[in-house]
Design a protein around this ligand. Structure first.
Ligand code: SF4
Ligand code: SF4
Ligand SMILES: [Zn+2]
Ligand SMILES: [Zn+2]
Ligand SMILES: [Zn+2]
Length: 368
């Protein structure tokens, strides 16, 4: 049912907000929520959920599980782990209960209403799909498996990657709006997860502070710190190799888009995870203090000589995959822009006057 209001009856004993459930938002036979009659509930919630069946809860009349001395029991923990890691949007039943105690049900519902109502049409967004039940707009991250040990996570206009080896997993960037990249990575791989950033721009570092330390080229540290983030940077440099266990990666320093931009070569898979310097049907930001068009051109000249090492390029924006022939096109286009051989159109971005130059399918945003 296309919902617009989140009500107290839809808050399950564990704290889960059933209003956000895809079954409660279904057009046909919507689930009435955990407290409702079993009719129209899926089989699991009607007959197998340990929280619903819990004798202690029923006999002692606990409305919410946090009244129970055994809280949080294994069933509650399973639900907490699932909802904080498996779905495109983040929902913590445990935090819901804490907020209800701290602020009262009315304030809690007000906050939920703000968080889960679609800005475009006023209907509820499903936690399970990230899709608005009214207009179909996609919110949150979409987790897509590329092959058995690689995932792409689409977070609005940016994407980041999760690579699994036999011993550890690596997140390459941490998203923009998402708040639980680490939990997603741990749940998908079951391995210790480390973080490496292609560069310091904010659309790539959203969840960085979930990690005590992260790998990045040190030339981007000052820009990274300008957003107030304090966790520890472990520097990487051109030519460094990382081994995730039977999966070796090589760092390629490509200054230009930012001074510390890097690409990651997944050596045996022959894939280059490129960050922002290469994009098709995307916008390459080359305006502002920490960009440098001359460095960018030099970087692409260097990368063009390495193109025999990879068959596909996976960028952070635009089409995926793209192919090594785009390096030459981007490099020649950037030279034409720098030498003023082509004309750009004026535009204002972030309050700054810039010019947009179209090179094939790619738009370069440059300030000269
Ligand atoms: S299916 Fe389960 S989780 Fe979803 S609304 Fe119904 S009771 Fe709640
Ligand atoms: S926390 Fe207590 S009441 Fe809730 S399901 Fe577990 S044992 Fe039952
Ligand atoms: Zn909507
Ligand atoms: Zn960037
Ligand atoms: Zn970006």
């Amino acid at each position: 049912m296309k919902g617009t209001m989140i009500s107290a009856e839809m808050i399950a004993p564990c704290g889960l907000n059933c209003s956000l459930c895809k079954r409660a938002l279904a057009e046909a036979n919507p689930c009435p929520g955990c407290h409702g009659p079993n009719e129209n509930k899926p089989e699991f919630c009607a007959e197998r959920c340990g929280i619903i069946l819990c004798r202690k809860r029923i006999e002692r009349g606990y409305k919410y599980c946090d009244e129970c001395p055994d809280y949080p029991c294994a069933d509650v923990m399973e639900k907490e782990t699932r909802y904080t890691s498996k779905y495109p949007l983040y929902e913590s039943p445990g935090k819901n209960l804490r907020d209800i105690r701290k602020f009262g049900m009315e304030k809690f519902l007000e906050a939920e209403q703000k968080q889960w109502i679609c800005k475009e049409c006023g209907h509820i967004i499903s936690v399970h799909t990230g899709i608005c039940s009214g207009c179909g707009k996609q919110y949150g991250a979409q987790i897509m498996q590329i092959n058995e040990d690689t995932w792409r996570i689409e977070d609005g206009t940016v994407r980041f990657f999760l690579l699994k080896g036999t011993e550890k997993a690596l997140l390459i960037d941490s998203g923009m709006t998402i708040r639980h990249a680490r939990e997603i990575a741990e749940a998908l791989t079951g391995l210790p997860v480390f973080l490496l950033n292609t560069h310091s721009d904010r659309d790539h570092t959203g969840c960085n502070e979930q990690f005590e330390f992260f790998y990045m080229h040190p030339a981007d540290e000052a820009h990274y710190r300008s957003s107030g983030k304090g966790n520890r940077l472990i520097p990487v440099k051109d030519g460094d190799e990382m081994d995730l266990g039977n999966r070796k990666l090589r760092i390629i320093h490509l200054p230009g888009h930012t001074s510390g931009s890097i690409a990651v070569l997944d050596i045996s898979r022959r894939v280059l995870i490129s960050g922002d310097p290469l994009q098709e049907h995307g916008h390459i930001f080359m305006f502002g203090e920490h960009r440098n068009m001359k460095d960018y051109i030099e970087s692409l000249e260097k990368l063009d000589k390495m193109k025999a090492d990879f068959d596909e390029i996976w960028p952070s924006h635009g089409d995926l995959p793209i192919y090594p022939d785009c390096i030459r096109k981007h490099c020649d286009g950037a030279k034409q822009i720098l030498n003023k051989e082509i004309k750009g159109t004026e535009k204002e971005v972030f309050g700054q006057k810039i010019k947009v130059y179209h090179i094939g399918e790619t738009a370069f945003l440059y300030d000269k």
